[in-house]
Design a protein around this ligand. Structure first.
Ligand SMILES: C[S@@+](CC[C@H](N)C(=O)[O-])C[C@H]1O[C@@H](n2cnc3c(N)ncnc32)[C@H](O)[C@@H]1O
Length: 271
């Protein structure tokens, strides 16, 4: 992994131009340069852009997409375009079988105590996941494993829904069958058991506050840990009345940065 970038472009006279070494930007600067906004739409629109920006900044070529399942972030032609190799992990072989055949695949529980021994230490430059952490009952073990799987200088990014956004609190409190039924009613085209299954959610460590996850990641050995909070969602958009009340509360929470009521977060850290 390259950690610095030096440019020595030839000048018109043919003499190489000597430029100072450019220190890589830190994670916050990368997010700022991508136009970070705490609006939830930004998180969905920029998850992939953030992966690409971190990849290029820190020279992260060998990726592990955790819980990538049937729908990995990158399409096969993009691997060549970005100069990366991506291994897709999932706990479900059925999901991996539905993913494009061009990817390397690793079927295992990312949070199992045997995962590092099974995969090997320092194997990847970059590990990331979207909408997976909330399904993992032991998130501390998941991050310990990610730390072990990453090479020194590597990075990790997790994008996940957070408590105590009301829809996710409801999802956690409701019996699984009821939350499935509600989801299917509100979003009939988004999730069904044949096409897109709904996975049980635990929300372990799924908070938008640094106070919850930073001490854990520091203890594990990560550095430069950044939490990017997001506010808002579309779950109540079809429910007039509730929608307006919820929108007003979301605006207030966002303007005051009340981390208790974030809806999503990125956690980004480096080994
Ligand atoms: C909600 S889906 C998200 C899929 C994909 N990342 C996306 O954003 O569309 C959750 C995925 O995580 C996988 N998963 C759940 N627990 C896991 C674990 N402990 N280890 C690896 N994968 C897991 C599920 O099988 C499923 O494919």
């Amino acid at each position: 992994m390259s950690m610095t970038s030096a440019n020595s472009d030839p000048t018109a006279s043919g003499t190489p131009a000597i430029r100072p070494l450019v220190a890589p930007r830190d994670i916050r600067a990368i997010a700022r340069d991508l136009g970070y906004s705490p609006d939830w739409n930004w998180s969905w629109e920029n998850y992939k852009n953030t992966i690409v920006a971190l990849t290029n900044e820190y020279g992260l070529r060998d990726h592990l997409e955790i819980g990538g399942g049937r729908d990995p972030v990158f399409q096969p032609p993009e691997l060549v375009r970005h100069g990366i190799k991506v291994t897709i992990n999932d706990i479900s072989q059925k999901e991996l079988d539905l993913a494009p055949p061009e990817f390397a695949k690793l079927c295992c529980d990312i949070a199992s105590p045997s995962t590092i021994d099974a995969i090997g230490r320092n194997r990847f430059d970059f590990a990331y996941c979207s909408m997976v952490m909330e399904h993992v009952p032991d998130v501390a073990q998941m991050w310990r494993n990610i730390h072990g799987l990453l090479a020194p200088g590597g990075a990790a990014l997790s994008f996940f829904p957070t408590l105590f956004a009301p829809p996710f609190v409801a999802n956690q409190l409701m019996p699984e069958a009821l939350s499935r039924a509600v989801l299917h009613t509100l979003f009939p085209d988004r999730r069904d058991d044949g096409g897109n299954p709904k996975f049980p959610a635990h929300y372990n460590y799924c908070r938008g506050s640094e106070a919850v996850i930073v001490p854990l990641l520091k203890e594990i050995g990560f550095r430069e840990i950044v939490v990017l909070p997001f506010y808002g969602y579309s779950y109540f958009h079809k429910l007039p009345g509730l929608r307006q009340i919820d929108d007003a509360f979301t605006r207030l929470a966002r303007s005051r940065d009340w981390r208790t009521f974030t809806s999503f977060a990125f956690v980004i850290a480096r080994k």
